[in-house]
Design a protein around this ligand. Structure first.
Ligand SMILES: Cc1cc2nc3c(=O)[nH]c(=O)nc-3n(C[C@H](O)[C@H](O)[C@H](O)COP(=O)(O)O)c2cc1C
Length: 317
């Protein structure tokens, strides 16, 4: 006798991140898929709702001397120094290729002072990107501190960018700030459409044989699975303090269950980064795992998951 078949369930993977509708909740994190067109030439990008190109500044930045990347514990340290060719060269190289990519591409702007971010954002829009993520994890020329450590500096940058482009603008914050809610609030008040939470965590490591730091400049950005609880803490804090603010969760995602965790914490979508280095096609596996998890729990729309843990977390205030 044939066993009764479980009716095939279709899970709707679409989500909204503020004003942006995404075909899936997965976004490729900036700096981990090049300028996207190279990556899209090798990997089917249909599992992504969007892909973020590596950060670009106004003038070319040479980046840091080697070593720039090192495995460290269960994660990775990087000190690339945001090497990039500058917005004009980036436009020349990338703009003609964007139309051939079957998923939306977002630009990522960096700068040394607020007005530079604005000029870069305008250049990214001219190149044809669909949205601009602002990488606030770079040093402010004024005091050498990362913009997103400081609510006022964050507000100044986002204001410049929002005026310079008509595209949706996201503020990508560092988890290293003392008060991420204050920084998040400043970014939203200045006009950001979403928050990316978060960039890498400061980390360091020593090669005990050579007795030298693992990355140049001693300290670098730590990424991969060990940072997930830190980034989720940021999502929880911001989602609870600023209900309804669109959040792109980012940090340490390697599986569909990790995505569920971020969504339950309050994210509307997630960005995946370091996993691309070990598994360039990870997005299709992670999306399949997410859909399977939803099917097994009777969740018909991925977007239903957003913030699911927050009501429960309310009792722990
Ligand atoms: C090699 C490398 C380069 C990165 N470059 C950028 C960058 O140019 N701009 C940016 O906003 N984030 C950059 N990031 C940070 C990632 O986008 C992401 O926020 C971070 O790695 C945490 O996610 P993950 O643990 O999934 O990698 C980079 C990360 C890595 C590992």
């Amino acid at each position: 006798m044939a066993l009764p078949q479980r009716p095939a369930m279709t899970v709707d993977p679409t989500v909204d991140l503020g004003p942006i509708s995404l075909s899936t909740p997965l976004v490729a994190a900036s700096g981990t898929v090049g300028s996207v067109w190279e990556f899209a030439g090798l990997v089917d990008v249909s599992s992504y709702g969007a892909l973020v190109a590596k950060s670009v500044s106004e003038e070319p930045w040479p980046g840091r001397p080697p070593p720039r990347l090192a495995p460290a514990g269960l994660g990775m340290l990087n000190r690339i120094g945001i090497q990039n060719p500058g917005i004009e060269a980036w436009q020349r190289e990338t703009a003609p290729r964007l139309g051939r990519i079957s998923a939306p591409v977002w630009g990522s702007a960096v700068g040394k002072e607020p007005a530079e971010f604005g000029r870069v954002a305008a250049g990214l829009e001219k190149a044809g990107v669909a949205a601009v993520e602002v990488n606030l994890s770079c040093p402010n020329l004024e005091d050498g501190r990362m913009f997103s450590l400081d609510p006022a500096a964050t507000r100044d940058v986002i204001r410049e960018v929002v005026v310079a482009t008509s595209l949706p603008v996201g503020a990508k914050l560092t988890p290293n700030s003392e008060d991420i809610v204050a920084v998040a609030q400043a970014a939203i008040e200045a006009g950001a459409s979403w928050l990316t939470l978060t960039n890498t965590v400061w980390g360091g490591g020593i090669d005990i044989e050579t007795q030298e730091p693992l990355v140049s400049g001693m300290v670098g950005g730590y990424s991969g699975p060990p940072i997930k609880p830190i980034a989720i803490r940021c999502v929880l804090e911001v989602a609870r303090a600023l209900p309804g603010v669109p959040i792109l969760g980012c940090g340490g995602i390697v599986s569909g269950k990790d995505v569920v965790e971020y969504l339950l914490a309050g994210a509307s979508a997630v960005a995946i980064g370091t996993i691309h280095f070990a598994e360039p096609r990870a997005a299709s596996r992670i999306l399949a795992e997410l859909i399977e998890w939803c099917e097994s729990r009777g969740v018909s729309r991925v977007s239903e998951l957003t913030g699911g843990a927050l009501q429960k977390a309310g009792s722990y205030a």
